[in-house]
Ligand binder design. Structure first.
Ligand SMILES: Cc1ncc(COP(=O)(O)O)c(C=O)c1O
Length: 425
């Protein structure tokens, strides 16, 4: 029996799947099936495997730590790896963001961030952005609006959550386009803040809308958001679960924008695939979170944190090439696809690239069927790409940051040939 057949028998059908590919191992930027066929992985397991699959340094760190201590529980004893990883995170985050609470996933990092914000401000409301994705546990889900189906059937969710449209420039909620944009989103945001009462604990925002379509936040908007939050004593929480750990060309996207959060939620790229996340803030804020007010059995697990340390060591030397590789990728995509009739937008920050498909570049009617066709045709040719977007019409390209130039070119060629091959002119 195939993995697929066995999985259908025993794994809950609730999880969706981008492909039905069966793989047996991974190495670098490739995954391999049982026949040894290589698949170039431009999904990185949804933005996780930034060091590539089974990087030897990460594998060794996991093996060594597993042979030394697998579990002790930070609630019971102290040990090296979570402390060393927290020290390292504090260094690379800077700005006094040096007090770390470890968890196992992105959703839990968001849960922790919301709980921290509510606890220390003694306020209960949260503001999030329409189109955002922050996870699927009930608290994180209460902030998630990227797809209706994530929320359907789970009401009532957390009360006191208000939404503001995400400034998605290609489909501007205020009807502007990039050429005539007068950043009315900034004024709209200011009016929205006027209407908020004094019970808002925090605003939670992604700096590049991930699941929502790989849409970078406009810098003037983020600066305005920061100013409005500071003026009103509202905490600013950045969800850098998808954008973190070098993908944007900086360790974190906020370092690109120069706006510093009060709390940051991290996961995905932090540990090369081992389940690890973190909620990080300043010592001042964290010291107000009373001991025992939050916690967990596995947070700061020795093995996941060892993987985290090795991941940061690998990325430290590798992600510096991200900006130049990303430029190469954008030049290639713009050069080959710019005037293609089904390409609405090519955008990105660093190695987080989104290509949005439309039926017509004037009407901008989304083309999810064409997107799916591209995804499947790429897979047939040995390239794994995955989708995102509010209309499921965007392909996100997130290759490992350790990718070599040749493999990057190979993947981009497959991608653009599939797209151009489909269009007969
Ligand atoms: C921006 C963002 N926040 C939160 C999450 C939730 O993370 P997890 O799936 O690890 O719970 C994700 C996952 O895709 C994400 O992209």
């Amino acid at each position: 029996m195939t993995f697929l057949m066995r999985a259908h028998n025993v794994l809950s059908p609730v999880s969706s799947h981008f492909t039905q590919l069966e793989v047996v191992r991974g190495e670098g930027c490739y995954l391999y099936d049982a026949e040894g066929r290589a698949y170039l992985d431009f999904s990185s397991g949804i933005g996780v495997s930034s060091t590539g699959h089974c990087h030897p340094k990460v594998v060794k760190a996991i093996q060594d730590q597993a042979a030394t201590l697998i579990h002790g529980c930070l609630g019971v004893v102290y040990y090296e790896t979570p402390i060393a990883l927290a020290e390292k995170l504090g260094q690379i985050l800077g700005h006094g963001l040096e007090s770390v609470f470890f968890v196992q996933s992105g959703s839990e990092a968001i849960e922790s961030a919301i709980k921290l914000a509510k606890y220390v401000t003694k306020k209960h409301k949260i503001v999030a952005f329409r189109g955002g994705f922050h996870g699927r546990t009930l608290g994180a889900l209460s902030l998630t609006t990227s797809k209706e189906k994530y929320r359907d059937g789970y009401a009532p969710l957390l009360e006191g959550v208000d939404f503001f449209p995400y400034p998605y420039c290609y489909r501007c909620p205020w009807g502007k386009n990039r050429e005539t944009c007068d950043t009315s989103c900034k004024e709209e945001l200011a009016s929205f803040f006027e209407q908020l009462d004094d019970q808002v604990a925090a605003v939670v925002v992604e700096l590049v809308l991930g699941e929502g379509g790989y849409t970078p936040i406009p810098e003037p908007f983020l600066i305005q958001l920061d100013r409005l939050c500071r003026d009103r004593g509202i905490l600013l929480i950045f969800d850098e679960i998808q954008t973190g750990f070098g993908k944007t060309g900086e360790w974190f996207a906020f370092q690109k924008y120069g706006v510093v959060p009060d709390i940051i939620a991290l996961a995905k790229g932090i540990a090369s695939g081992l389940p690890l996340g973190a909620c990080v803030s300043t010592k001042t804020l964290m010291s107000k979170w009373t001991t025992g007010a939050h916690g967990g059995t596995y947070g700061g697990n020795p093995v996941t944190c060892a993987a985290g340390l090795a991941t940061l060591e690998v990325l430290e030397s590798e992600f510096k090439q991200t900006a130049s590789l990303a430029k190469e990728a954008m030049d290639h995509l713009n050069g080959t696809l710019k005037n293609h009739p089904y390409i609405g937008d090519i955008r990105g920050v660093g190695m987080m690239i989104g290509v949005e498909f439309v039926q017509d570049t004037h009407t901008k009617i989304p083309a999810p069927a064409f997107m799916k066709h591209v995804m499947m045709e790429c897979l047939k040719r040995g390239l794994i790409v995955i989708s995102c977007g509010l209309h499921d019409n965007v392909i996100r390209l997130i290759p490992p940051l350790t990718i070599d130039e040749e493999s990057l070119k190979k993947g981009l060629n497959i991608f653009t040939e599939v797209i151009c091959g489909h269009y007969q002119g």
